[in-house]
Design a protein. Structure first.
Length: 400
C-alpha cells in the first residue's frame, strides 16, 4: 500500500487544485442584488418592474440595433465562438465545446480552447480507476472562417502508465507570437494552474519565474499591446474567503521581474491600447463592477459601472469605449459604455446592450479588434512601470 501513497496524495491534491481553480475562474461572477433591475436598465421599467426575459436559443445571438461599434468583438455562446461586427454576428466554430477566445494581435486569427471528452486512468485507494476527462486543446482558427481549426498544444498527460488531463485556459497572444495561458501542464500532480508561455509553432510550454501562493495559482493573463508587459491575477489566501483573494500583478518579459499592481479585490485586467489605463473587474460583497486603473500606480481612477452585475471588461482599441459582460436575471449579455473626455476624468456618455438576452458564456472574456487603418494614432507611448518596488494600490473609496 505504501507504494500508492504518493500517487493517492498527488491525486487528492490534483482534485483540490482543480476545484479551487474552477471556483476562482467561475466563482467571481456577479451575484445579483435582491430586487428588480434598476429603472432605466434594459428590461427594467419605471418604478422598478423587472420585465420578463427569456434567453435566446443556443444558435441565436440577438444584436441591439444600436450596436454600431467599429471593429469586431469575439465571445462565446453555447460552446461556440462568435464574432460580432457592427450589427451583424456570425458563428465561427460549430463543436459546442469551445471557450476562452481571444484575437491574435493582427486580427487574422482567433485563439480558443476546445475541450473533448476522453477516458483516463489514475490510481485511487490503491487501485487504478477509470475517469471521464475533459481534455483541453489550444486551437487557432482563421477569423474569416476559412480553413480548419489548427491545434497548437493539448492537455493530455501521461504519468507513468496512467493518463490524466491538464488545464489549459485563457490564451492571449503577444505581437512576437508568444501565447500566454494558465495551465498546470505538464504534470498536474506537481503544479498549480499558473501562467505559462506557449511557443505558437512548436506548442512547447515554458513556465516563467512568477510567484504564486499554493494552491490558488494564477488566472486572467493580459498582454500590453506592445508585448512589453503581461498582467495576470495572483490568487492568495484570505481569511473567511475559500475562493482566495485576487490581486492584479505585472510581469516583465525583458527583466523577468514581477510585482503586485493592486491590492486584493481586482481581477480580469485589460490594457488600453496606449498602455496608460487598465480596465478591470472589482469584486466586493455587493457583487462585481467595472473600473479603470492607472497602469503605473494601480490606483482606481474611474468607476464605469455601479450595479454589482458587470465584469470581464475589454477596451475598445480606439480608446473611447469599454465593452463588458453584464448579468441580469441569470442571463449574460455584452454591454458597452461609451466614454467622453480623456482619462482619468472620463464621463460615461451612454451605456447600451450590444446583445439582448443572448446568454453568453460568463467564463469567457470578450475580445475586441479594430484594424490599424481605423485607429487614431496614440498620443503617448506606453508608460514604464519602473523597476522599483512599490506598495500595491487598494480599492479607491471615492468615485469620479
Amino acid at each position: 500500500m505504501g507504494s500508492w501513497v504518493a500517487p493517492i496524495l498527488a491525486f487528492a491534491g490534483l482534485l483540490l487544485v482543480g476545484w479551487l481553480t474552477l471556483r476562482l475562474m467561475t466563482g467571481n461572477l456577479p451575484v445579483p442584488p435582491a430586487g428588480p433591475p434598476p429603472s432605466g436598465e434594459p428590461g427594467g421599467e419605471p418604478g422598478g418592474g423587472p420585465g420578463a426575459r427569456t434567453p435566446a436559443p443556443s444558435n441565436v445571438v440577438v444584436v441591439d440595433p444600436r450596436a454600431n461599434v467599429p471593429g469586431s468583438i469575439v465571445y462565446v455562446k453555447g460552446g461556440n465562438v462568435w464574432i460580432q461586427s457592427d450589427t451583424t454576428v456570425r458563428q465561427l466554430t460549430r463543436s459546442g465545446r469551445a471557450t476562452n477566445p481571444s484575437w491574435s494581435p493582427d486580427g487574422r486569427t482567433v485563439l480558443y480552447v476546445e475541450t473533448t471528452e476522453e477516458h483516463g486512468v489514475f490510481p485511487a485507494l490503491g487501485n487504478p480507476r477509470r475517469y471521464a476527462l475533459d481534455v483541453p486543446t489550444l486551437m487557432r482558427i482563421a477569423a474569416d472562417g476559412s480553413g480548419a481549426p489548427e491545434p497548437i498544444v493539448d492537455g493530455r498527460v501521461a504519468i507513468g502508465t496512467y493518463t490524466w488531463a491538464a488545464w489549459i485556459r485563457q490564451p492571449v497572444g503577444a505581437p512576437d507570437g508568444t501565447i500566454a495561458v494558465v495551465s498546470d501542464a505538464p504534470n498536474p500532480t506537481q503544479s498549480n494552474v499558473v501562467v505559462q508561455l506557449v511557443d505558437a509553432d512548436t506548442g512547447t510550454l515554458t513556465r516563467p519565474d512568477i510567484p504564486e501562493e499554493s494552491p490558488f495559482g494564477h488566472q486572467d493573463p493580459a498582454w500590453r499591446a506592445d508585448g512589453g508587459e503581461l498582467l495576470f491575477v495572483r490568487n492568495s489566501q484570505e481569511r473567511g474567503n475559500p475562493r482566495g483573494a485576487p490581486e492584479i500583478w505585472r510581469w516583465s518579459p525583458a527583466t523577468g521581474r514581477s510585482q503586485a499592481l493592486t491590492g486584493p479585490g481586482y481581477l480580469a485586467p485589460a490594457f488600453s491600447r496606449d498602455g496608460r489605463w487598465i480596465a478591470a473587474t472589482r469584486t466586493t460583497n455587493q457583487g462585481t463592477d467595472v473600473v479603470v486603473l492607472d497602469a503605473v500606480s494601480g490606483s482606481e481612477v474611474f468607476r464605469v459601472t455601479d450595479d454589482g452585475r458587470s465584469f470581464s471588461p475589454v477596451w475598445s482599441p480606439a480608446g473611447d469605449a469599454i465593452a463588458f459582460l453584464h448579468q441580469r436575471g441569470g442571463i449574460i449579455d455584452l454591454r458597452l459604455a461609451r466614454l467622453d473626455g480623456s482619462g482619468p476624468t472620463w464621463r460615461v456618455r451612454e451605456a447600451i446592450n450590444l446583445t439582448e438576452a443572448s446568454a453568453l458564456e460568463a467564463t469567457s472574456r470578450p475580445g475586441w479588434f479594430i484594424s490599424p487603418g481605423q485607429l487614431p494614432i496614440p498620443a503617448t507611448p506606453p508608460p514604464s512601470s519602473g523597476s522599483g518596488d512599490r506598495s500595491p494600490a487598494g480599492p479607491s473609496s471615492s468615485r469620479p
